[in-house]
Design a protein around this ligand. Structure first.
Ligand code: ADP
Length: 165
């Protein structure tokens, strides 16, 4: 149940491996719509990451240090299990196109089946970041390409350390 006087909070979950300008754009825009935005860095044992969960948390914390309404967490289970005990109901997801949408649509139904109180809100990607995905950033960095238009300088530096020239 939502009450008009309650603080409106939302959760933005993702791998953020690594955080990109696309993620930060969604965080900035969602942050302006809610009283508090909880960015949840996922640790899924079935997935292979370039950056450890501690590294991804550290990068996000540093990037969002000045955003007072945004807090960063780590979570290694279903997002609904993160939300339930904290009485959170809103998930934000970014959508870059129809491929993202069909995946995100199914995921939202999956989460709703797990907990009927969960609402997923989709935010369309900023046109500048339509084709920006973390996997492409990693591939480009692996081949020592210029990632400066895709990630903040802190992340570009971290990628250089992973793939020293
Ligand atoms: P990816 O590996 O696809 O970049 P994540 O799992 O880290 O994705 O993404 C977390 C959320 O951020 C998802 O809702 C995803 O759709 C969204 N997202 C990822 N990249 C962008 C982008 N360039 N613009 C808008 N939203 C994005």
């Amino acid at each position: 149940m939502f009450y008009a006087s309650a603080m409106l909070k939302a959760v933005f979950p993702g791998s953020f491996d690594p955080p990109t300008l696309g993620h930060l754009n969604i965080i900035e825009r969602a942050g302006s719509l809610f009283d508090e935005l909880l960015v949840v860095v996922a640790e899924n044992p079935q997935k292979k990451y370039l950056f450890s969960v501690e590294e991804r948390l550290g990068l996000m914390q540093e990037l969002l240090r000045h955003q007072k309404k945004v807090a960063v967490f780590i979570w290694n289970s279903l997002i609904v299990e993160f939300m339930k005990p904290r009485d959170l109901h809103i998930i934000i997801r970014g959508v870059r196109g129809t491929d993202d949408f069909s995946y995100e649509f199914e995921l939202s139904l999956f989460n709703k089946a797990l907990d009927a109180h969960i609402e997923t809100l989709f935010m369309t990607a900023d046109p500048r970041y339509f084709v920006l995905r973390a996997s492409a950033v990693k591939e480009l960095a692996f081949f020592h390409g210029d990632v400066s238009g895709m990630v903040p300088p802190l992340v570009a530096e971290a990628l250089k350390k992973k793939y020293p020239g």
